[in-house]
Unconditional design. Structure first.
Length: 210
């Protein structure tokens, strides 16, 4: 059955959504459990996409069509994974910080994280520290991820981390940051747990911190 998982990964890499859906169903009908199909087919395929995107072999449109194919497979697996242990690599709340309406980079990170098996709660753009805190309390995530594309909105990252600390929730969640003007030094300065310069390395970082 490894052959069908390889086929799923291959077709996902090529963005063939219909084939991914068909092969996912075939794998389940052939006796593989949903977690095996997720890890060996969909996640494997998105890992290949992430590696080649990081290396410059694939570009944003390639990632978008691969992510669409991944969602076709996930639509079949998700109901079956609901009660399956180990179906999620962790939960991450993600959003672009208050005052910033940019979301292309964030959306790529969301797709890559979902493709890697994380449960992602996307809060969108212009997200206040109060909103982050509300969702942390309600969802008890493993991580929060903050994005900023403008230097003028970067201070909102520090303000959000300080607000999380003041709320008493900082020890319960790891904070990841990213965005064009953000650096590793800035992440350390504001007390974040990690920085990633692009979507594929955001996945690597999240996995390393689980």
């Amino acid at each position: 059955m490894n052959d069908i998982l390889n086929q799923i990964a291959d077709r996902l890499y090529l963005g063939d959504a219909e084939a991914v859906a068909r092969l996912t169903q075939d794998a389940l009908s052939g006796g593989l459990n949903p977690s095996e199909v997720l890890a060996g087919g969909l996640i494997e395929g998105m890992d290949r996409v992430g590696a080649d995107f990081r290396d410059g072999t694939l570009y944003v449109p390639d990632v978008l069509v691969a992510a669409r194919a991944m969602h076709f497979g996930m639509d079949i697996l998700r109901p079956l994974l609901t009660d399956s242990d180990g179906s999620s690599a962790g939960t991450i709340i993600i959003g672009t910080v208050k005052g910033d309406l940019h979301d292309i980079g964030k959306n790529l990170v969301v797709m890559m994280l979902e493709g890697a098996g994380f449960e992602v709660i996307d809060l969108g753009t212009d997200v206040s520290s109060e909103r982050f805190i509300e969702v942390i309390r309600n969802e008890q995530p493993t991580f929060i991820g903050m994005s900023a594309l403008l230097t003028t909105t970067m201070p909102a990252m520090r303000e959000t981390i300080e607000a999380i600390e003041a709320s008493g929730l900082r020890e319960s969640v790891k904070v990841l940051v990213g965005g064009a003007p953000v650096t590793d030094d800035y992440a350390s300065e504001i007390g974040a747990d990690g920085f990633a310069p692009d979507a594929s390395r955001a996945v690597e970082l999240a996995r390393s911190l689980v």
